[in-house]
Write a protein that binds this ligand. Structure first.
Ligand SMILES: *Cc1c(COP(=O)(O)O)cnc(C)c1O
Length: 385
């Protein structure tokens, strides 16, 4: 909640900056605990969505593990106090050094994305006298109904091993004596708002699991990845995603998992709504058919609009004048540095503050120094009261 006292406080701070509502993060985690963890599911936070230490502490204390996609993310997770047996490690292009990092800590699972990676991991594990815990990431060929850049579960995407390679995998496995195959892993994409693709995923998994069982391979765990979406258009209507329906779907559609652990890797749905990018209007300029509100935050602080045509809600914090139409744009020398086009906002003037909402996931962590911009500060609800 952005109260008037908070807006006053914002006015004293150097903009732009990130503001995190830690109470909302805690309430979100409560829902995950109630509908996921307490029902026996294992939840890993996809640390790439936001590796901010304050958030990581709260997520760790709520009993979640971590899903990493790089060696430095594994190191960051360990520093933040997560246990190695809570760490899954995915990624299509793990370097030898990153694999060594995972081996050093004896992590819960290397989620391997190709047959060649399995062979390399086996060699590196053998050389260091270790056995690596492995899940194979399979590509289930499911359309995630999301932006094409964040769809990952189609055959044409670079991720995972396609099911036609399963016979080859089964031939290879007995020779990979430094690997413990523990599970199978899936992740079909991100910002998936309908449950239908997850239903299709359950159906595919039920079939694929049988293929492993027929080979006499017992799987200790299924990892279903993440990808659950958030409401960017109306964050106040749905500040916490409907985790009850999400987990319920898997309970109803994943065949007998009594003897199997079920893992999830959620990123955006955990931290997305608790982050806001607060920015100041620098100039208002009249265009031919619209007005430009030029703000001091740009694609360097939040690249999602430029990269995925994402639309974040923009709330004006310091004006309640009659509305006008604006293109809300950043200062960066790129036309794609546009947050919103043609939206109605209370009339703006130089110095007004705006909140770009739902910026907690893939926001601060994707910031860049393009145009030699400085990394912006982050503030937290518990220190600004
Ligand atoms: C990015 C990623 C996730 C998290 O995705 P969200 O859409 O943020 O939930 C989970 N698993 C893997 C393997 C990923 O790459």
């Amino acid at each position: 909640m952005i109260t008037s006292a908070l807006i006053k406080k914002f006015g004293t701070l150097q903009t732009p900056f990130y503001y995190y509502d830690l109470d909302l993060l805690r309430s979100t985690l409560d829902e995950i605990r109630k509908h996921g963890i307490e029902k026996g599911y294992h939840i890993h936070f996809a640390i790439k969505a936001n590796f901010n230490n304050r958030l990581l502490q709260i997520i760790r204390d709520a009993g979640l593990g971590v899903d990493c996609v790089s060696g430095p993310e594994i190191e960051r997770a360990i520093e933040a106090g997560f246990k190695p047996d809570q760490i899954a490690f995915a990624g299509v292009g793990k370097t030898d050094e990153e694999i060594q990092t995972g081996l050093k800590y004896n992590i819960f699972s290397f989620n391997c994305e190709s047959l060649q990676e399995l062979a390399v991991l086996n060699d590196l594990a053998a050389a260091s006298g270790k056995k690596a815990n492995v899940a194979v990431r399979l590509n289930p060929n499911i359309k995630a109904k999301t932006h094409k850049y964040i769809s990952t579960g189609l055959m044409e995407n670079k991720f995972g091993i396609t099911p036609d390679k399963l016979p080859e995998l089964f031939n290879l496995l007995p020779g990979l004596t430094s690997l413990n195959l523990k599970g199978i892993h899936f992740h079909i994409g991100s910002q998936i708002r309908q449950l239908d693709p997850f239903l299709q995923l359950c159906e595919k998994i039920n079939i694929i699991r049988e293929q492993f069982e027929q080979e006499g391979i017992e799987l200790e765990h299924l990892n279903l990845g993440g990808g659950y979406g958030i409401n960017y258009a109306n964050p106040d209507e749905e500040p916490i995603p409907d985790f009850k329906s999400f987990f319920e779907l898997f309970r109803q559609n994943l065949a007998d998992t009594e003897n199997q652990q079920v893992h999830f890797e959620l990123g955006r749905s955990i931290v997305g709504q608790c982050g806001n990018l607060i920015s100041k209007v620098l100039f208002v300029k009249k265009g031919i058919s619209t007005n430009f509100a030029i703000i001091d935050a740009g694609m360097t602080e939040l690249i999602r609009p430029a990269l995925y045509q994402a639309e974040h809600r923009v709330d004006v914090l310091t004006s309640d004048k009659p509305k006008k139409y604006y293109d809300v744009v950043g200062p960066i020398c790129e036309t794609s540095d546009t947050f919103r086009k043609d939206i109605e906002l209370p009339e703006l003037q130089r110095g007004d503050l705006v909140a770009i909402r739902s910026a907690g996931a893939y926001g601060e962590v994707m910031s860049s120094s393009f145009n030699l911009r400085k990394k912006v500060d982050a503030y937290y609800s518990d220190e600004l009261v």
